[in-house]
Design a protein around this ligand. Structure first.
Ligand SMILES: Nc1ncnc2c1ncn2[C@@H]1O[C@H](COP(=O)(O)OP(=O)(O)O)[C@@H](O)[C@H]1O
Ligand SMILES: [Mg+2]
Length: 489
């Protein structure tokens, strides 16, 4: 078969597939209802006979067709939330149930594509005919069938790989107030990770930010191995809510193919706000800060779906926008409780122009001790301790009130401070291989011989994603003449 016929056949099959998808989604038996009330974004209809989660279409007399989902039942009435804005809907408009929950098509060809909150390609292109249709709301993998998290994954961010080592299949929150660098940090991970595939969910961001993220931060190189799912702040709450599930479903599809997937959601706070809008509209009682009880159960359902299965892994980073820099607000609190660690970005550190502004002492990766070697762990502990000692004495040091020699730990922390600051700083487009992040940390406390011995046994292999990475650790080895090479814990 020559190229031309092959191409023609491909075109035909994908055109045919478009109609197949439409036919598949037609209701077998027309289950009709009628719009009865519209309150805010909630539509109440008399019938159809539908279940929670079923997709319905509202045929507005204005000629508009709106997709909706059943979010509640009250007596004979059906409560619907829509995927788009409801202008044009009026009394008596026809509501048809499809008797099916939302499902999306998934395939390898999605790589490099941008998808909307309902799982459709944003440029309206079709999925190939063989793409399976997968329901978006599913149970997480049974924990009995999950592989243990045993191997580190490279994020390419030195502070994370070196000090807060993350494992394949681990789930971590990145938390801060606005404008401290969460999205930038996420884009660095997307470009630098050694995961096979990135699935990036941008929930409730402004349109300008989304464009900037895709074109500037992710770039062509990052987009090639990513699927980006977007639902911007101006879209309906249901679209924003489901977009995070769509991204998770795509990540699960690639995990089922045996891939190591990096799932990134920016942000779960906006996901929670979307659920709060839906919850309030259907009459749920508001609890702390107006969040309805369903917000917390939805959060748990979403966050529990990432992680390892018996086939592949989904390592996940969830951004949390901390309202008013109050880290005890309910969403931060709930997310911290569900995940296996959190990275806190600090406004104070950012204000000193230290980026990424990770506050290592406030951050924790619960699995690090199981993922790193003895020497690596000892170096982490030593670094953390010195950083905490310095922070405690910072004010005294700044006003010149600290007398050298009064506290040996503080003296040591002061001596190490410049090299610690250098270690945690990284330019947005600077990349570090996992092994380099590790050796430059170890070089602060161990001799070159010890490091070589260590790396011979425990380094993670170089891969294509790290080809352009900084060759040697760019950090100068600290002169440790006056510091015992053994780490004091
Ligand atoms: N690694 C970095 N290096 C330099 N500047 C940074 C870095 N990370 C963030 N910034 C600065 O912080 C600003 C806000 O970052 P952004 O990622 O949009 O924050 P957030 O997502 O937390 O609101 C950026 O526009 C940039 O100026
Ligand atoms: Mg952001």
């Amino acid at each position: 078969m020559n190229d031309y016929t092959y191409e023609k056949k491909e075109n035909l099959s994908s055109r045919f597939n478009k109609y197949l998808h439409i036919v598949n989604n037609l209701p077998i038996l027309s289950l009709n209802g009628k719009v009865k009330d519209v309150i805010g974004s909630l539509i109440i209809s008399d019938g159809p006979n539908a279940k929670i989660g079923d997709i319905c279409k509202i045929y507005a007399s204005s000629g508009k067709t709106i997709d909706a989902e059943v979010i509640g039942l009250r007596g004979e009435n059906v409560l619907l939330s829509t995927y788009s804005h409801i202008d044009g809907v009026t009394y008596g408009d026809r509501v048809v149930s499809f008797e099916k929950p939302l499902s999306i098509m998934c395939c390898e060809e999605m790589l490099g594509c941008i998808i909307n909150g309902k799982g459709q390609m944003l440029d309206d292109s079709n999925f190939p005919y063989y793409a399976p249709s997968i329901p978006v709301l599913r149970e997480p993998v049974n924990s009995l069938f999950r592989n243990r998290i045993s191997e580190p994954i490279q994020t390419g961010v030195r502070t994370i790989d070196g000090l807060l080592t993350v494992g394949k299949g681990q789930r971590i929150a990145i938390m801060s107030g606005t404008g401290v660098g969460k999205s930038t940090l996420l884009s660095m991970i997307a470009r630098n990770t050694n995961a096979d595939i990135n699935v990036i969910s941008l929930v409730g961001e402004r349109r300008r930010e989304v464009l900037e993220f895709i074109e500037r931060d992710l770039g062509e190189e990052g987009l090639k191995k990513s699927v980006v799912v977007i639902a911007t702040s101006d879209e309906a709450p249901l679209m924003r809510l489901r977009s995070a599930y769509v991204a998770t479903t795509i990540a699960e599809y690639f995990r089922d193919q045996g891939k190591d997937v990096m799932l990134m959601v920016d942000s779960v706070t906006r996901f929670a706000l979307a659920q709060r809008e839906i919850g309030l509209s259907r009459g749920e009682p508001p609890t702390t800060r107006g969040y309805t009880p369903s917000v917390f159960s939805e959060l748990a359902q979403l966050l529990e779906r990432s992680g390892n299965s018996d086939k592949g892994s989904i390592t996940a980073f969830y951004n949390v926008l901390v309202e008013g820099d109050d880290f005890d607000e309910p969403i931060s609190d709930a997310v911290r409780g569900i995940l296996d660690g959190h990275i806190v970005l600090s406004r104070t550190i950012a204000s000193r122009a230290i980026y990424p502004a990770i506050d290592v002492n406030q951050s924790i990766s619960r699995l690090t001790p199981e993922l790193v070697s003895q020497r690596h762990l000892a170096s982490i502990k030593k670094f953390m301790r010195m950083s905490a000692d310095y922070n405690e004495a910072r004010e005294l040091i700044m006003i010149g009130g600290y007398a050298k020699g009064s506290m040996p730990e503080v003296d040591e922390a002061i001596r190490y401070k410049p090299i610690m600051d250098k270690y945690v700083q990284q330019g947005v487009f600077e990349k570090f291989h996992f092994n380099d992040s590790k050796t430059s940390l170890l070089s602060m406390f161990y001799s070159q011989n010890d490091i070589e011995l260590e790396m011979a046994n425990t380094s993670i292999k170089n891969d294509s994603a790290s080809e352009n990475m900084v060759e040697n650790n760019s950090l100068e080895v600290h002169n440790t003449d006056d510091v015992n090479n053994e780490v004091i814990l």
